[in-house]
Design a protein around this ligand. Structure first.
Ligand SMILES: [Zn+2]
Length: 173
């Protein structure tokens, strides 16, 4: 299955059953929650990006967050940063060892840095961000070999749906 190259990519409409994908399929349900979270951002006039942090069991949602830059006037209020902060608060410590962050759009440099700092085990994202992505597109901060913590990265989970959510937001503005 081809992964959309950019946020602006509009996938062809297909009703065909997709082949099973053992790498991405386990994260689809969590990504649906992130997509739902992203809708809350759009309702407040923010770019629709949503994130959830899963506990080490891979299914329990510890925290969620959506982009709140416009809503709060805080330039650091990205979905990932808010979700990481809330997950750490829920756990009572800053280390999110064993946890997975699931986000609809490839993290930017700030969020990639925050993810490394949080010690999450895994970063799962939907659409690529060719213009600002820091988890494989423009940079690969999360897997930089010079850093001592490198989370696993799984990209392209519900990528079409995530990209379309962004595309329609910018189209309707
Ligand atoms: Zn970010």
């Amino acid at each position: 299955m081809p992964v959309p190259a950019t946020v602006g990519y509009i996938p062809p409409v297909s009703t065909a059953e997709q082949a099973p994908d053992p790498v991405r399929d386990p994260w689809r349900q969590a990504m649906r929650l992130a997509v739902r979270e992203a809708r809350l951002a759009a309702e407040g006039g923010d770019v629709p990006v949503g994130a959830v942090v899963l506990a080490p069991d891979g299914t329990t949602v510890l925290a969620s967050g959506h982009n709140e830059r416009e809503a709060t006037g805080d330039p650091t209020a990205h979905a990932e940063v808010l979700a990481i902060r809330r997950a750490a608060a829920a756990l009572g410590e800053w280390r999110l060892t064993g946890c997975t962050l699931v986000v609809t759009l490839e993290p930017c440099t700030m969020c990639a840095g925050a993810l490394v700092q949080s010690r999450v085990d895994r970063v799962v994202y939907g659409a690529r961000d060719e213009k600002a992505g820091a988890a494989g597109s423009l940079w690969d901060v999360v897997r930089d070999r010079r850093l001592n913590h490198r989370p696993e990265v799984i990209e392209g989970v519900l990528a079409d749906e995530c990209a379309q959510q962004l595309t329609s937001f910018f189209r309707d503005r």
